[in-house]
Design a protein around this ligand. Structure first.
Ligand code: DSN
Length: 411
């Protein structure tokens, strides 16, 4: 076995033998993974279906059109939106919306980073700040309120508002927020990367709506709760599709990665119930379990004495650590016990980004591996007890080994 093969084997073993609570990770089906390594990898297809620059795209055209249809079907938005399936991930998807609708110097309004916004929403280290300006709205009492949102719109007069978050555990209704943004003349980008699976199954309000309502643009990654390969989708109201397509190619897209696009297709077929995940649990039931399991995890954490920022109604739980707990040390300690998490800022965090005051947890990956609610509750309690200094690493490790024994591994 060469070094690369050895590393790959080790990574596979690491994934199999750890309890993954990273809220943005998941385990796609083997069929999805195998399409990433399929012959689709070999073909260049610059352009769009029916208008390619190279020959040999007869199948690529059919593939891209098929995926577009399935993406629109998965979010039930075929009457009002189109979709571009060529973006490589979430950050380029957002960038393509910025470069489509903004002029240099225009302002983007998004939720502040510590409250759950994402770096690609033009936060202070974004390289796009060379071109565009940025302003933020904030939470009140750790919750999103229309009043603060509206006040920020009034004050900053943005051209574009981003709704959609990376570490906000509660759900939010897009319709009223979109209505407010439109009333102030702003366009809306809904970034549903984290909650896409919940939106597709009706477990979270949808940003897609008829006519002038809803988000003008919707971006998502495909590998979080949607359980597909690493990729991205950009949806836009029909009137913006031609201009979005022009921005994407030639923009971040030269030759689209057809292997990724084919793999996205497989996962969308699984979302739609036209293909099944290896455990044969329907996608709808899977997401129902994801939401239930996040609540159980949160309940366990609380029983262990831990505080959360906002009650979860999604796949995500955000723990507010006691002042004396260093998040980086905790993250490393948990990793030693085969528990994989990420330290994260919390609203109004005063600690530095490298050692913030929170720990972000998610239920999507372990639900794919078949972890049930009572085990999530036990797991939450176990983490809580350790974090509060009420159990030792050795005690914790014994329990994690027990939890791991029951999990499925498909690869
Ligand atoms: N890294 C992803 C997340 O954790 O939310 C998105 O960038």
């Amino acid at each position: 076995m060469n070094y690369l093969e050895e590393l790959t084997k080790q990574e596979s073993a690491r994934q199999k033998n750890t309890l993954n609570l990273i809220a943005s990770e998941n385990y796609p089906s083997s069929k999805t993974l195998s399409l990433l390594g399929s012959m689709w990898n070999d073909k260049y297809a610059e352009g769009y279906p029916g208008k390619r620059y190279y020959a040999g795209n007869i199948n690529a055209d059919k593939l891209e059109e098929f995926v577009q249809t399935k993406a629109l079907e998965a979010f039930n938005c075929q009457d009002d939106y189109g979709v571009n399936v060529q973006v490589l991930s979430g950050s380029p998807a957002n960038a393509m919306v910025y470069f489509t609708v903004l002029e240099p110097g225009d302002t983007v309004l998004s939720l502040d980073l510590a409250s759950g916004g994402h770096l690609s929403h033009l936060h202070n280290t974004s390289s796009y700040l060379k071109f565009f300006k940025h302003a933020t709205y904030s939470l009140r009492g750790n919750k999103l309120h229309e009043a603060e949102f509206e006040q920020a719109l009034k004050e900053h007069k943005p051209r574009l508002v981003v709704i959609g978050y990376s570490s906000y555990p509660a759900s939010y209704t897009f319709d009223k927020l979109c209505e407010i943004a439109h009333a102030y003349g702003a366009l809306v980008l809904a970034d549903i990367s984290h909650i896409a699976g919940l939106v597709a199954t009706g477990h979270h309000p949808s940003p897609f709506a008829h006519g002038a309502k809803g988000a003008d643009f919707v971006t998502t990654t495909t590998h979080k709760t949607l359980r597909g390969p690493r990729s991205g989708l950009v949806f836009a109201k029909e009137e913006y599709m031609a201009v979005i397509n022009k921005t994407v190619f030639p923009g971040t897209s030269g030759g689209p990665h057809l292997n990724q696009i084919a793999a996205v297709c497989q996962s969308l077929l699984e979302v739609l119930g036209q293909e099944s995940y290896p455990d044969k649990v329907s996608f709808n039931v899977y997401i129902e379990n994801v939401v239930k399991n996040a609540k159980a995890l949160e309940a366990g954490l609380k029983q262990g004495g831990v505080e959360v920022t906002t009650a979860t109604s999604t796949h995500l739980v955000l723990v507010k650590l006691p002042e004396a707990v260093d998040s980086l040390t905790l993250q490393n300690d948990l990793e030693e016990m085969n528990i994989i998490t990420n330290r994260n800022a919390v609203p109004n965090d005063t600690k530095p980004a490298w050692r913030p005051s929170g720990l972000r947890l998610g239920s999507a990956a372990l639900t794919s591996r078949g972890m049930a609610s009572d085990d999530f509750l036990t797991f939450g309690k176990l983490i809580g007890n350790y974090l509060m200094g009420n159990s030792t690493k050795v005690e914790c490790q014994t329990s994690t080994s027990e939890l791991l024994k029951n999990l499925k591994w498909y690869y």
